[in-house]
Design a protein around this ligand. Structure first.
Ligand code: NI
Length: 266
């Protein structure tokens, strides 16, 4: 059984064939996934999905690229909706220096405030980092993100950075880029990550693995990521699937739902 820890099946790219997409995921052995909202409209679309599908969990958080657009009302909305019992993480949040729409100080502030929100809610984080690794690590450390931990999504940095993020209680998640010809650094890094810290994801509809690069990605294709990671780790697909699924359930506290419910009812 496979667990896709990062999907955007709430994206309009899936409007026309949503049920077929879930059916193909099931046939590929992808039995659990997280659907992620990153702005008001995509966050709102998370809830009907998690309310109607037992094995799909949700994450909500404001993305760094649009940090300048986040209002106090958005912040309060996230705070309230984190209480839904199938919201298992706050994210994806982080830093993205590739785009210059949101100035760095604004990105930092929105990132820090949301880390504090996750800590208050006792939820793990899903971290988006693009061309901002040093600042991402520093802010996570300064905000004591290790108290909740979480996921370094679509990991593409080297092993030294990975060790720092693992020290901060994060899991390292690999996606379709692991299968790309020019991704030798990622494969070398993945080879050295401890098995109990590995996760897999699609980030669909983006980052489609080889040999389907350029097409729309979907959860069924996390199997291609799992096959590549199994090859790198010298494990059978079954073993790799079991390990990464157990890691995902541990990361998102899915074996302790009862604890969290009773915590919230206090
Ligand atoms: Ni994403």
């Amino acid at each position: 059984m496979l667990f896709d820890t990062h999907t955007h099946i709430n994206d309009e790219a899936f409007n026309k064939d949503f049920d077929d997409v879930l059916h193909r995921a099931d046939e590929a052995g992808v039995r659990q996934m997280v659907v992620i909202g990153v702005d008001r409209s995509s966050m709102e679309r998370v809830f009907p999905i998690i309310d109607h599908h037992a094995a799909i969990y949700g994450a909500i958080g404001w993305n760094p690229e649009d940090a300048v657009d986040m209002t106090e009302a958005d912040f309060s909305w996230i705070k309230v909706h984190l209480k839904h019992k199938k919201i298992v993480a706050l994210g994806e949040i982080g830093l993205d220096y590739h785009w210059d729409k949101s100035p760095k100080p604004v990105q930092h502030s929105v990132f820090r405030r949301q880390i504090r929100l996750a800590r208050a809610a006792g939820l793990p984080l899903i971290i988006h980092n693009r061309e901002a690794t040093a600042d991402t690590e520093r802010i996570l450390r300064e905000e004591h993100a290790e108290t909740v931990g979480g996921v370094m999504h679509c990991y593409s940095d080297n092993l030294d950075w990975a060790k720092k993020f693992i020290q901060l209680n994060f899991f390292i998640s690999f996606g379709g880029t692991l299968t790309f010809k020019n991704a030798q650094l990622q494969r070398d890094t993945a080879a050295e990550i401890p098995l109990d810290r590995l996760l897999i994801e699609t980030d669909c509809p983006y980052l489609t693995p080889a040999p389907f690069r350029g097409k729309r990605n979907e959860p069924a294709r996390v199997r291609l990521v799992a096959e590549k990671l199994a090859e790198i780790k010298g494990l059978s697909l079954e073993n790799l699937a079991a390990v990464t699924t157990a890691n995902a359930r541990r990361c998102f506290h899915l074996d302790t739902d009862a604890d969290r419910d009773s915590e919230q009812n206090k």
